[in-house]
Design a protein around this ligand. Structure first.
Ligand SMILES: *Cc1c(COP(=O)(O)O)cnc(C)c1O
Length: 522
């Protein structure tokens, strides 16, 4: 018997614990948590999706705790994982009107993933692999010409698809939107061809809540024999119960896969989403399997290897407890709140709603039809509203490839708890609008900052610029007054957003990377 076994085994005393006591550690964490934005109560209108039902949160916590020690890598060793996955996929297949028939393409099947980004990445990887297998000659021809197969989406598609294009070596080829953020099917049609690995439409798009023309685009994709993914990460558990929508899910011919986040309007804690495919063949193309190493045979349906079971268990428990009728009731609350906010925001002088949202996402923008001194800038509004206790999300403007600018806006995610704070939120919007009305948008003084001279800002002639090093990126943030103090973000985000919009994208991306990296740097 070794000394260690003697000490730990016989007496059961375990290793010597040298840090602070458990209660001291938890007290420290509670103190840290007290400075976080509130995750419940409807005061943060992005990132968090609060059902407002205490019983659901307790159920999720208990289900997560029961499954905490498991490794969801292997549902044959832990069959509870397989049962929960099966039932969760079946629930989502019903909600999204997926076929169970073995005829045609076969049944809709899918996998549980760690979140929306993973679902989107896997949708792209799967479509790319199928495209490569079906077009070996074209793939070789493109490679010889130094070209890549394309990923065609609207410009408003979630950034996760740009990430996927970079990771899986596709060319992201966005369809330009109208200034109101909507996209025309004709814009997609003009881009379709044999070199398109995947077409993506959103239900709805996160930035503006618009549902893309899904039936038309999926029909075109089908005619061209292309894969067509519906990104319903945001709306996948709200739109099935949202009134007045045209079919956007597996009822639409040509839709080949759909992503839907349980950790958004599924009201599960973070770390759970699903990706469903029309037919087994498509789903299996998502898997990675190898027997070519001396360890256990590896079969991974998703990107991760070892993975937690708790998010799956929490989502499984919540969908079971709520059922379709429960989701319908929670969605009805979101519909009422969204209608009220659209109506009330539209009558605030100088402010308007961007486009026509069809779901629980609303973006507020300046109403340019009124004189300048009556306009409300959405980023000043968001900064002002924060002082009144509500956080809405700054979205920078974006100039598309055809030169048409999509406006800078402030995003609100509407959840069931929004209804509880609705009168206060509407009053807050009015008060904040009154106090910033007429204040022009923050304009970064790039010349004054010396960025043009340094080669980090667009020059009048030609577009050459340098990508700043980490230290230079930090200096630019400090010079611009956007670096905040220490590791914290600046209190007001309007100037930072304006700076990000005005700098060339690679420079803006470098300084935002720096900002976030410094937040967690020891
Ligand atoms: C949230 C979201 C994603 C990405 O999901 P994460 O869960 O944040 O990784 C993708 N698409 C849309 C439309 C989303 O709203």
């Amino acid at each position: 018997m070794t000394a260690r076994e003697g000490a730990a085994g016989a007496q059961g005393t375990g290793p010597e614990l040298t840090g602070p006591s458990a209660s001291a550690i938890l007290a420290e964490l509670a103190d840290l948590r007290s400075r976080d934005a509130p995750t419940q109560g409807g005061r943060v209108l992005s990132y968090v999706y609060d059902s407002g039902v205490a019983e659901l949160d307790e159920l999720a916590r208990d289900a997560a705790e029961l499954t905490r020690p498991l490794n969801a890598l292997d549902p044959t060793t832990f069959p509870s994982i397989a049962v929960m996955e099966r039932e969760l996929i079946a629930f989502m297949r019903r909600a999204l009107h997926g076929s169970t028939s073995r005829f045609g393409a076969g049944p809709v099947v899918g996998s549980v993933t760690s979140g929306g980004t993973e679902s989107c990445l896997l949708a792209v990887k799967t479509a790319r692999d199928l495209w490569r297998a079906e077009h070996p000659e074209l793939a070789a021809k493109l490679a010889r010409a130094g070209k890549k197969p394309r990923l065609v989406t609207a410009a408003t598609v979630h950034a996760a698809f740009q990430k996927a294009a970079r990771m899986f070596d596709l060319e992201w080829d966005p369809v330009d939107c109208e200034p109101d953020g909507s996209v025309r099917a004709a814009g997609f049609e003009a881009k379709l061809g044999a070199d398109v690995a995947l077409v993506v439409v959103s239900a709805p798009a996160y930035p503006n809540g618009a549902i893309d023309p899904i039936a038309e685009v999926a029909g075109l994709a089908k005619a061209f024999e292309l894969s067509c993914h519906v990104d319903a990460c945001f709306g996948g558990l709200a739109l099935p119960w949202w009134p007045g929508l045209a079919p956007w899910d597996f009822r639409v011919p040509g839709v080949t896969s759909i992503s839907a986040d349980l950790h958004k309007f599924g009201y599960a804690p973070k770390g759970v989403s699903v990706l469903l495919h029309r037919g087994r063949r498509r789903h299996r193309a998502q898997f990675f399997a190898t027997t070519s190493w001396p360890g256990y045979p590896v079969v991974n349906p998703t990107l991760l290897g070892s993975k937690p079971a708790s998010p799956l268990a929490a989502a499984w428990a919540i969908t079971k407890r709520l059922g379709s009728d429960g989701y319908a009731a929670l969605t009805a609350s979101c519909v009422r709140s969204a209608e009220t906010i659209v109506r009330e925001a539209s009558i605030i002088r100088g402010l308007s709603v961007w486009g026509a949202p069809s779901g629980p996402s609303i973006a507020l923008m300046t109403d340019d039809s009124v004189p300048e001194d009556e306009r409300v800038d959405p980023h000043h509004l968001a900064d002002e509203l924060a002082t009144l206790g509500f956080r809405i999300q700054h979205q920078p403007g974006f100039t598309q490839r055809n030169g048409v600018r999509l406006p800078h806006t402030a995003h609100l995610t509407i959840t069931p708890v929004t209804e509880r704070t609705l009168p206060e939120l509407v009053a807050g919007l009015r008060t904040a609008a009154d106090s910033v009305r007429g204040r022009p948008r923050a304009t970064p003084r790039l010349e004054m900052l010396g960025l043009q001279a340094l080669g980090y800002a667009p020059k009048r002639e030609g577009g050459s610029y340098r990508v700043p090093s980490p230290d230079m990126a930090w200096r630019i943030l400090k010079i611009a007054g956007a670096g905040g103090s220490g590791s914290s973000l600046p209190g007001k985000l309007a100037p930072l957003m304006a700076l990000a919009e005005h700098l060339p994208a690679p420079v803006a991306e470098a300084i935002l990377t720096e900002l976030l990296a410094r937040v967690s740097e020891p």
